[in-house]
Write a protein that binds this ligand. Structure first.
Ligand SMILES: C[S@@+](CC[C@H](N)C(=O)[O-])C[C@H]1O[C@@H](n2cnc3c(N)ncnc32)[C@H](O)[C@@H]1O
Ligand code: SF4
Length: 368
């Protein structure tokens, strides 16, 4: 059985100073004392992985900038053993309230190539609505510090739009502020109801097109539904996710994906820090998919990427009948103006980008 070796390594640090009321990602605010044990567990987890030649590294959370710097540095010393000259990109997430000179020295010393800052908005009114514990001024202050302490690093700024009850004016101001700062990369996420902070409304309006237009006019190339980059600064690690390439995920709540010739396997670690520390090698969840579902997943995820999906390539392992069904679904989407074709690549049209959920729904229905 042919096995492809892992490409990406994701490391989850589930520690935050404050739990933001809109965030559904796994993190803890009162477990800082568990950090020594957590890093020991991470080391064990990492050492157990077969492939050590990762081409991308992403340290996310949680809030990597709020952890104990000595513990993080000691862990990175061990982790770097596995980065044997093939690492092309390494990213670390950070929050404005915990980025300080010590943290930036560490980022510089371990030669991270990207830092991703969770800003969300440059309006203090919106930040407080989101229960963030930093101000807009903190964002501007730390941005300047990053440029000073880590001159070679690429910066990503995260923002959220379509926040219930927030006027587009605030979103527009955030975009203008970001453009003025001139980061290499901007992630603009449409607000998702991962928690019950706001009541879910059923309006289908979105500011996606405006966000896209302002960012593209400023020279940011949209390469994925929520991601914009200056030329050459696309996130390789995330492109691998959307293309369902192999990756290892270590830490609580982290997922690993492996492609085999006949199936795709997803393995998830426990989203309970105590269980993870107790047995860092255990998996809490396992999902296996087989053709033709593997191909359909590649189509559904791949359509998020602006360059689209090579239809013939994803269909190599599936029988002609299912391929026809998928092809007919794409032709129906084309007739409705939701996708276009560029040679054998199927890509979302502007209308399709707005109606991505319906496009995905129709494609999932093609499963036998
Ligand atoms: C898991 S967070 C971790 C980064 C960092 N701790 C922070 O606070 O930004 C990564 C990004 O996901 C996005 N995010 C989290 N919850 C979201 C939600 N409910 N809707 C849209 N985006 C969200 C935010 O933009 C955030 O920066
Ligand atoms: S948004 Fe970031 S800081 Fe806030 S709870 Fe989620 S991971 Fe923690």
């Amino acid at each position: 059985m042919k096995k492809v070796t892992a490409q990406g390594l994701y490391i989850h640090l589930p520690f935050c100073r404050n739990k933001c009321a809109y965030c559904g990602f796994y993190s803890e605010t009162d477990c800082m004392q568990l950090q020594p044990e957590y890093f020991r567990a991470l080391t064990k987890d990492l050492r157990s992985r077969e492939n050590k030649n990762y081409s991308t590294l992403y340290i996310g959370g949680g809030t990597p900038s709020c952890v104990d710097r000595k513990l993080l540095a000691a862990f990175l010393d061990i982790a770097s053993i596995y980065q044997s000259g093939v690492l092309k990109e390494s990213t670390i997430e950070a929050n404005p309230e915990s980025i300080d000179e010590d943290f930036l020295r560490l980022v510089h010393r371990y030669k991270f190539s990207r830092i991703s800052i969770g800003c969300q908005s440059t309006s203090n009114e919106v930040l407080s609505k989101l229960t963030r514990i930093h101000s807009a001024e903190d964002i501007f202050r730390v941005y300047e510090k990053i440029r000073m302490f880590c001159p070679d690093i690429a910066v990503n700024l995260d923002m959220i739009y379509d926040i219930p009850g927030v006027d587009f004016e605030h979103t527009h101001q955030t975009i203008k502020d970001f453009i003025k700062l001139s980061p290499e990369h901007i992630s603009a996420y449409s607000y998702s109801h991962d928690t019950s902070l706001f009541k879910e409304d059923d309006t289908d309006t979105t500011d996606f097109m405006l966000v896209r237009e302002y960012l593209e006019d400023a020279g940011y190339n949209k390469y994925e539904i929520s991601n914009y980059a200056k030329k050459g600064h696309e996130s390789l690690h995330n492109i691998n996710y959307w293309q369902l390439g192999d990756y290892d995920g270590i830490g609580s709540s982290a997922w690993s994906l492996k492609n085999y010739a006949d199936k795709r396997v997803l393995l998830g670690k426990s989203d309970n820090i105590h269980s993870y520390i107790k047995d860092p090698l255990a998996y809490a969840e396992k999902e296996e998919t087989y053709p033709p579902q593997t191909a359909l997943e590649e189509l559904v995820f791949g359509l998020r990427i602006t360059k689209g999906v090579d239809f013939e390539k994803i269909c190599v392992n599936i029988d002609a009948q299912v391929k026809d069904k998928m092809y007919n679904a794409l032709i129906q989407l084309q007739k409705e103006g939701l996708i276009t074709w560029d040679d054998s690549y199927a890509l979302l049209s502007r209308k399709g980008e707005l109606l991505l959920d319906s496009v995905q729904e129709l494609l999932w229905r093609q499963l036998p």
